[in-house]
Write a protein that binds this ligand. Structure first.
Ligand code: CO
Length: 133
């Protein structure tokens, strides 16, 4: 089994502050990590849940992929991050199983991770992010 943990569940939101406030009021959640990922055009806030995270995600510019998702589908579940020991190995295994890679090779993600995305059309409608810590 290549998956070691659910790393994060990512939820696209229009207003990051409002979403953080909601999670704080509803669950007493606090922000563990916050980061702007310029290359992806997103700002994210991570709320720790045991050894996983809820990742609230908002676009930083109108042409970012998350902005397009918000326009098309509105707010909601955006992707699931699966934690793996070796991102390159997991990416090759997924390709061998017929999945379409969005990232042909692992690349830097937020909080110093190494990541690769898999196209939802090839993975039962779920945008998958492989996350190596
Ligand atoms: Co993610």
């Amino acid at each position: 089994m290549l998956l070691t943990e659910i790393d994060h569940v990512a939820i696209a939101v229009a207003d990051l502050e409002a979403a953080i406030d909601f999670y704080q009021r509803a669950f007493g959640a606090t922000v563990t990590h916050r980061e702007v990922v310029e290359s992806d055009g997103v700002e994210e806030a991570l709320l720790r849940v045991a050894d996983s995270y809820v990742q609230l995600l908002t676009p930083t510019r109108p042409d970012s992929p998350v902005a397009k998702t918000l326009d098309k589908r509105g707010e909601g579940l955006h992707h699931v991050g699966y934690r793996v020991a070796d991102c390159a190995e997991a990416l090759e295994a997924m390709k061998a199983a017929g999945a379409i890679a969005i990232d042909e090779a692992p690349r830097p993600g937020s909080r110093g991770t190494t990541v690769a995305f898999i196209h939802p059309k090839s993975a039962y409608g779920t945008l998958i992010e492989l996350v190596q810590e």
